[in-house]
Design a protein around this ligand. Structure first.
Ligand SMILES: [Zn+2]
Ligand SMILES: [Zn+2]
Length: 275
């Protein structure tokens, strides 16, 4: 019982595969949650390419892919997600209706693959079994015994936060979101309430935050405050700023774990058993 969470991409904004990003990783947002009933994927940043390879190796034939939003760092690995091309695969895509004119998740994913941006169109991806747009607040049951809840986040163009409940465990995936200092976000608190694992947008530190107000991101210190307030068991520091090279991340890791021993820094390829 329980779930396995794997981090395939932990970086925000832009992939940064460089000698300065070796320890924590340079791929953009993608995580998988493997339950007894099936696989759920969140976001399709560059990390999703390696996940595709693993799903193929393991013979997995179905997955549900939920998007927080469609900023580049959350979609641009999608054209490299092999299972989406495989006719026997069943990929179910879920995109939240956010701010601005409704374009639809299929349109947005398709647009980034249009000529001359990419050599093949989305239309040849025979592994896509379904795609849907949903209103934030919707509750899903992608597999028997697995519940996915959604909530609105504070981010330019909007974003959707998630909570997965399966096998007695609760996992919250909260990125990209900006906090108001001194005012814990009620939507976030509801999603992370008592969670076994909270994955949270820690792009900045509290020292950096004042110069980045309005950019749509939060801090590891706010994550610790929320985790404590909501009775969260473990916190994954996530969506690292590309400017936070390995030495900077090591310092953040030391400070965050000293501040709260439930905290850890997510790295590309890291696996966490939950529940
Ligand atoms: Zn992002
Ligand atoms: Zn974003």
């Amino acid at each position: 019982m329980g779930c396995k969470v794997k981090f395939w991409g932990v970086r925000g904004s832009i992939a940064c595969p460089s000698p300065e990003h070796v320890v924590y990783g340079g791929n953009t947002s993608c995580i998988s949650v493997t339950t007894d009933a099936g696989v759920i994927v969140f976001d399709a940043g560059t990390g999703i390419r390696s996940l595709g390879g693993e799903l193929m190796r393991l013979g997995v034939k179905e997955a549900h892919l939920f998007f927080t939003h469609t900023h580049w760092d959350h979609i641009n690995g999608f054209p490299f997600f092999t299972p989406a091309y495989v006719p026997f695969f069943k990929l179910h895509i879920h995109g939240a209706r956010l701010e601005g004119p409704p374009k639809g998740i299929r349109h947005v994913l398709s647009a980034q693959m249009e000529s001359p941006n990419f050599p093949v169109p989305l239309a040849i991806m025979q592994g896509i079994a379904s795609d849907e747009d949903f209103d934030v607040g919707s509750v899903f049951t992608p597999y028997d015994g697995v519940v996915v809840r959604t909530g609105r986040l504070r981010h330019p163009n909007g974003a959707c936060g998630y909570r997965v409940e399966a096998g007695g465990a609760a996992i919250a995936y909260i990125t990209d979101t900006e906090h108001l200092p001194g005012q814990p976000d009620g939507n976030v608190l509801a999603l992370v309430d008592g969670a076994d694992l909270m994955i949270y947008d820690c792009t900045y530190t509290d020292d950096e935050f004042p110069a980045r107000v309005g950019w749509g991101h939060s801090t590891w210190q706010e994550a610790v405050r929320l985790a404590r307030a909501a009775g969260v068991k473990r916190l994954a520091i996530f969506h690292h700023d590309p400017d936070h090279t390995d030495p900077v991340m090591a310092r953040i890791e030391a400070e965050a774990t000293a501040a709260w021993d439930g905290a850890f820094v997510a790295r590309d390829g890291m696996e966490v058993a939950v529940g």
